[in-house]
Design a protein around this ligand. Structure first.
Ligand code: SN0
Length: 316
């Protein structure tokens, strides 16, 4: 594997999930695979789980790891071509990515969408420029439109905890005060649509995701109907795709409560974190029996380790 940017880079999803669960059992089985190989983790936006779990995954494989928080420590990057750089940007992505590729064998990149220009965000301009100019394999640590390491960990978690062969999985929109990216729900949807699950998306009118990511999903604006008989409920806020990056008024009643869970099949509650308590998810759910958010976050290590293992195996 030379690129991990979406589910489309994975020829056999079930095999990758199996690999992750195997690594969970035997974390150090490949501790020499990454000997003398260096991983660079480059963040253009904040991170807790992605940074620590991917670093841990690389260390478990015997790699050296360098972390660069570009947003806080790096030079301001210029992304546009053919511009006179007489403003605030100091270094062009062409040189920056090319230089990083000289120091690292694998690069991980996080870059959130601007949520202003849909065409630019959905073209994955920043992520693709890193891929184009760094010259080494690249792992997405969440890009403008996707968060594939998160989605893989989510699928690993569902596979591990399911109590019936084809569980009902529901992605439900939750309220927030800030416009958030569509990356996590887009990515979750495109992985679930290819997994052996019964998948439903529910959101208020106006929060339709881009249909490229939701082919094959059931979609409803009726949250109760979606939650009925659910085995896993994936809670996430996202801003509107149209009008792009906007928050629509109302919908505060979309926050999950224990009352709403009564109609589910004893559903387990998932969230990629960070979660804003009592806005996106209630205390009673996060502190209760049904929440598996910490377990889900723990699985980020094994998802990342499975991907990095595949990448190391493909390095010549
Ligand atoms: C990011 C998102 O894509 O929704 C990262 C999730 C892994 N979340 C946020 O930016 C939350 C910011 C906030 O203020 O709550």
């Amino acid at each position: 594997m030379k690129l991990f940017s979406s589910v489309h880079d994975v020829p056999d999803i079930a095999a990758l999930v199996k690999e992750a669960l195997h690594l969970k059992q035997f974390p150090y089985a490949y501790k020499d695979l990454g000997e003398n190989k260096t991983m660079a983790l480059v963040f253009l936006n904040p991170s807790l789980r992605t940074r620590m779990s991917t670093q841990k995954a690389a260390l478990n494989l015997g790699m050296n790891v360098m972390v660069l928080n570009m947003d806080k420590e790096g030079w301001a990057l210029e992304l546009r071509d053919n511009v006179i750089m007489n403003g605030n940007t100091v270094e062009h992505i062409r040189e920056a990515a090319a230089v990083m590729g000289q120091y690292a064998d694998i690069i991980g990149v996080r870059s959130f969408p601007g949520l202003k220009d849909r065409k630019e965000d959905y073209s994955e301009m920043i992520f693709n420029k890193f891929v184009q100019f760094c010259g080494v394999p690249v792992v997405s640590l969440e890009s403008a439109t996707r968060h594939p390491l998160q989605s893989l960990a989510d699928l690993v978690t569902i596979e591990e905890l399911k109590t019936r062969s084809k569980p009902k999985v529901v992605l439900t929109w939750a309220p927030h005060i800030k416009p958030l990216p569509q990356a996590v729900p887009n990515s979750f949807a495109e992985w679930m649509c290819r997994a052996d699950v019964d998948f439903t998306i529910t959101h208020p009118k106006g929060y339709e995701l881009c249909s490229d990511f939701t082919q094959g999903a059931k979609i409803t604006n009726n949250q109760d109907e979606a939650l009925a008989d659910a085995d896993f409920i994936y809670v996430k806020n996202w801003s509107a795709y149209e009008p792009y990056g906007k928050i629509l008024p109302g919908n505060e009643d979309w926050m999950l409560t224990n009352e709403k869970l009564k109609i589910t099949n004893n559903a387990k509650i998932m969230h990629c974190l960070p979660v804003r308590r009592n806005l996106e998810l209630s205390d009673e759910i996060l502190d209760g029996e049904s929440s598996i958010v910490v377990h889900e976050a723990a699985n980020r290590v094994w998802a990342a380790q499975a991907v990095l293992k595949r990448m190391l195996e493909s390095l010549s």
